[in-house]
Ligand binder design. Structure first.
Ligand SMILES: [Zn+2]
Length: 343
């Protein structure tokens, strides 16, 4: 049964759908999107402020076509539900696992990174050049990485969060807005209500910065992996993940973030946001060829992998490729290749 509640992440009035049997609560929030928290969330070590930014920047909109949602459910269960979904059983939709590590790896570490992520966020919300969009007060706080809560007292077992002074939050939001305006990245005006707290558009310098960030290989730690997905390629996936993680990057597997095989704007966005791209060509998968071509067109480095007995397409056969015989060959060689060609 649905219940009217305050979003536990951003305080917006929303609906929640508790599932008492599984100790989970599902939420649909205009700011945080579709997400689910386990009943032990309050005690978990997830930073509530960082979660707000993460959900806002990765929001799955609440509409009839969207089956994805972020969840703190463990990865194995998410994998299982996704497989059921792909086989036509929509009981659990298409969960996308999140945990402390994923959120903290993504969360901006510096002021400059925070500014860049805000610009990318605005760019993703703005459909047409020059368009003005309005953001609610809560959305502004989440999108601009402004803490709503602070730890009252650090205790290992039950962190005690208390709300931050609202004037301080507003002051910080305005500070960020003024900074963005001074850099000529945005133009903005304060709106009439909390629902339309600011009206904002990207300015030419802002678009230039966004273009730079989307091309610039120095940005971010995400790496898109293009390969064939399925039961049979699970060891390959984990070997690639390990190779990328050991080089201190984050592997993004497209089947974990989207739910069909089509080339979607979202997939293209993931390629643009990737520092480089890793492609395994063992299964002669058309999508992987396409993704490689698109990444190369953006001037990104592509690291190719291929099983030793595969015949490669002529155009890319000459490219320097990591040839592997068993999955165990992959992690160390991939890590070394990343360190040699990217860092
Ligand atoms: Zn929310």
């Amino acid at each position: 049964m649905e219940k009217k509640v305050k979003c536990p992440v951003c305080d917006t009035e929303i609906f929640s759908y508790p599932d008492y049997d599984r100790n989970l609560i599902f939420y649909t929030c205009p700011v945080c999107g579709r997400y689910e928290l386990d009943a032990f969330y309050q005690n978990a070590k997830i930073d509530k402020n960082h979660l707000a930014g993460y959900l806002c920047h990765h929001r799955f909109k609440n509409n009839n076509f969207e089956y994805r949602y972020h969840t703190t459910l463990n990865k194995e269960t998410c994998d299982k539900y996704r497989e059921e979904f792909d086989n036509g059983n929509n009981t659990h939709g298409r969960p996308v696992h999140m945990d402390v590590e994923i959120i903290e790896n993504w969360y901006p570490k510096t002021f400059a990174e925070r500014i860049d992520r805000i610009l990318l966020f605005l760019n993703s919300r703005i459909k047409h050049i020059g368009q003005k969009i309005s953001l609610s007060y809560q959305e502004t706080l989440s999108a601009f990485f402004i803490d709503r809560k602070e730890l009252d007292e650090i205790s290992l077992y039950s962190p005690n969060w208390k709300p931050r002074n609202a004037d301080d939050c507003k002051y910080e939001a305005k500070y960020m807005l003024n900074y963005l305006e001074k850099c000529s990245y945005v133009e903005y005006a304060i709106g009439a209500s909390e629902e339309e707290w600011i009206n904002i558009s990207l300015a030419p310098e802002g678009y230039a910065r966004v273009d730079m960030l989307q091309k610039n290989t120095a940005y971010g730690r995400n790496v898109l992996v293009a390969m064939k997905f399925g039961e049979d390629t699970k060891p390959l996936r984990e070997a690639i993940r390990k190779g990328i993680q050991d080089a201190e990057y984050i592997a993004v597997f497209i089947d974990e973030v989207q739910h069909n095989d089509f080339i979607t704007p979202e997939l293209l966005k993931h390629i643009r946001d990737s520092k480089f791209v890793v492609v395994d060509l063992t299964h002669q998968n058309n999508g992987a060829y396409f993704e490689e071509g698109y990444a190369m067109g953006l001037g990104k480095t592509v690291i190719q992998l291929c099983k030793s007995d595969t015949k490669l397409h002529f155009d890319i056969a000459q490219k320097n490729t990591i040839i592997w015989t068993t999955e165990d060959d992959i992690p160390e060689r991939l890590t070394n290749r990343i360190k040699a060609t990217i860092d």
